[in-house]
Every structure is written in structure tokens, then in C-alpha cells.
Design a protein around this ligand. Sequence first.
Ligand code: FAD
Length: 447
Amino acid sequence: MSKKLSVYSTQASHSGQMIQTDAANNFWEQIEYAYHQNISFLGTGGGHGYSATLDTVENGIEIDLGHFNTVFIDKDANTMTVGGSVHFANITGLLYDAGKEFQVGSCSCVGLVGASLGGGVGPYGGLHGLQLDALQSVRMVTGTGSLVNVSATSHPDLWWGMRGAGFNFGIVTSATFQVYNFTNNGQAMSADFRFHASQNASLYEFARSYTGKLPDAFSIDIAIAYNEVFGGTYLFANFIYAGPLEEGMALIQPIIKLGPFDQNITMIPWKDIETSSKFGIDALACIKGNFHSVWGLNLYQIDVPTLIDAVSYMDTVYAQYPDFREAFLAIDMYASRVIESVPDDATAYPYRNAVARFLLDVGFPNSSFATAASQVGRDARSLFVPTSGASTSNIEVYVHYGHGDEGQLGWYTERKLPRLNALKNEYDPNKLFSHYNALEATYDVPK
Ligand SMILES: Cc1cc2nc3c(=O)[nH]c(=O)nc-3n(C[C@H](O)[C@H](O)[C@H](O)COP(=O)(O)OP(=O)(O)OC[C@H]3O[C@@H](n4cnc5c(N)ncnc54)[C@H](O)[C@@H]3O)c2cc1C
């Protein structure tokens, strides 16, 4: 994200819908001012978007939605209404205490609304679908300055577009989501392992064997990383099972038999999945202000030879660039039965049929490494493209894992674009919301 932003925090109150309405009107004045002064701006929720397209906000205004931070849980209705900037860390404990659960992602400091507007994938997505499938309504200011409620019955055309491309049409001040009663009494098995890089083929073969048939409650996350203490390049893997320990242990027996050099298998409350799993990497992932070059790709099959090549590739990168040793290359696999039970044309989200996602995060110490980091990311992605199983020649990527150079076709697909572009013309005709993997925008992001 550009460091050239100045923060203009909306002075919304912490209490109540009425005052939030006023605040929404106030911050529309800020948007109008920015628009007429030709100053680019960006509304930020969790502040964790990492697309390089965010760098197009130069000398602009960041409209920090941080005060839109209310959380209201209706236990009887099984709903949760949150302000537009609420982070996962703000909801998990409250939901757990209310005896409810939600489909969390992998990082507690990500914005719930920001993530949901593009999709929202995570371990409990196997049980409950995408985060955007849990959305019931949003209250938002559109690009034409209208403050509207959007749902299946109010502006249904926009409702379709909000779920998959929502950040293109305005700023959501509050959103209501469905929440769920506990699965397995709110407890999940979290199993973390570390493996020597030489064991990668067996680990990836295990993941491949579950292609398209993961049990709803089971998820797999495998990453290539580097640590001097562990002998350099190694792999870490996390398996979440939202069910009894014995069942989870049975699922991961083949993994234990592989002989990891480190393991931690525990039952944890679901609310701690983001903060405790993956050996607690969340604390590092949530540090803001670091430099990252992030690259992603949808996978429609698990190609083990490609993953083996990726381990060798990362090994070379870690050797060549000691400054990139915090980089990790991950694949996440979440069960897709429930996600695919929602018809493709019900929402703008285009990739319900992906079986996994590739994600490479190259962290680096300062801007002088940006070009090299981009090169590493581009080369790694190129490794995966030929065997991803995509049915088009576009770089198909879950919009929130996009680097920023994939373009509209890659983020939204040819199938969805005509309808999305028509919505853009209607609800944001002046293209105010065009700094994040946007419809109808062209970017000069690092090539
Ligand atoms: C460490 C890390 C882990 C992640 N893990 C996951 C994961 O497990 N699953 C997953 O699906 N994604 C994951 N992501 C991706 C994440 O969903 C996106 O980065 C998302 O954009 C973050 O939203 P944010 O509100 O934090 O970001 P921001 O930078 O604040 O926003 C990103 C974009 O969304 C817009 N936006 C944010 N809030 C609003 C709002 N209220 N109304 C309108 N537009 C808004 C912003 O204007 C901007 O265009 C992860 C990202 C990181 C950095």
C-alpha cells in the first residue's frame, strides 16, 4: 500500500445506526471534496488489502473507516451487524461468548467487510460457504452519493454485484451477516506440523488426494518457508478439523506417519483459529507497514510436480536473496461443497469451483527490493499457470489474492463483466472507487 496517504478519519460515533447515518453523510462530503479537488482517495476497513493497484492512490486521502466499529449480535435471529471497518479480531470472541460461529479467514486483523465484499475464504467456509454468502444486507454510500440499504429485496441488482466486487461501488458503513450455532460445541482440532523440504512430495500428494472431496469440516494449508533454525527451506502445514479429536486424528494419521520434525496438535475454541493455528503466525502477519509483494492464482487441480518445482524454486530464492527469507509460498484448500451449492449466477463472485489457491507473499525490507520481489513473484506464478487447470487463458485469481496486474478478466471473468460494468456505470459513474482491483480501470503496477 502506498505510504503517501494522509489519514482523514471519519468522526463517526461508536453508538447506533442513527449517528452512523449522519457520519455516512459527513464522509460523503469528504468524498465529494476529494472528487472536486481531483484528489484520489481510498476508504480503508482493515487496511490489509495488498494489491499493487492500491499504490495508485498517490498524494491522496485515506478515509479511515476505523470509527465504524460497532458489533451487534442478535442471538435469536442468528445475525451479526458490524460497522464497515470491524476486524475479525473484533468479532470472534463476542460470537464465541454468544455460542455462535462464523467462517473466519487466516488473519485476525483483516477487515471483515473488506474481505467479504470480494469473497472471504477460510477453514469454516467448508461448513458455511464464503463470507459473502453469509451477508444478508449492507448499508452503503454509493459512488453517486446515495445512502442506501442493499439486500435481496432492496437494489437487488447492486446486491448481486456487492458480493464479489463490492468495493467498486461505494463504501459500506454497516453490514449484517448470518452467524451459526456451534459446530462440535465450538471446538476444532488445529494440527500444525513442520517438515523438512525433502518430504514435500508426500505432503502435497496427501493434499492432492483430497482434491474436490475434502470433508466439510476439514481444511489444509501448506506453506514453503525458510528458517535458519530449521535448516533453511522447510514446509509447515496446518489442518483444521471442526469435529471430535479422534476423527481429526484419523484424518491426519498419514501426515503423522510422514514423520514431521515438529508438531502441535490441540483442540482449540474456533475463535482462536486465526490467532493460534500455524504456530501463531498471525502475530507476524498482522504487523502493518512492512513491504510485501503478493501474488496469487486459483488452482482447479493440485499438480504435485509443480509444487515440487515450487519448493526448489523457493530454495533458490532464499539462497539468492537473504532479504527475502520471510517470504512464504502457500496453498490453501477449503472444502467447496457448500460454496458450490450456491448457484454461480447468484452472486458476482466467479470462482466457486476453485479447489485451492496459490499465494506467495514476498516480504522485503525496503523499497529498493521491490523490483526483485516482483520478479520472484511473477516467476513463481508462472510456474503454476500452466498446470492450474484454469479453463481460460486469463490469470484467474481470487480478487483478494490478486497482485494487481491480472486485470478485470482475471478478477471478475468474462462471464460476470458485462453485468458488473453496467452496475459500475449506474452506481459509480465517475469511477470514484477505482483504486483496488477495480472494474474498468487500467493500472501501471509493477510488471
Ligand atoms: C495477512 C493476510 C491474511 C489474509 N487472509 C485471508 C483469508 O484467510 N481469507 C481471505 O478471503 N482473504 C484473506 N486475505 C485477503 C483479504 O481478504 C484482503 O486483503 C482484503 O482486501 C482485506 O480487507 P481490509 O478491509 O483489511 O483491507 P483494506 O485495505 O482496508 O481494503 C481493501 C479494499 O476493500 C475496500 N474496503 C474495505 N472496507 C470497505 C468497506 N467498509 N466498504 C467498501 N469498501 C471497503 C477498500 O476500499 C479497498 O479497496 C488476507 C490478507 C492478508 C494481508
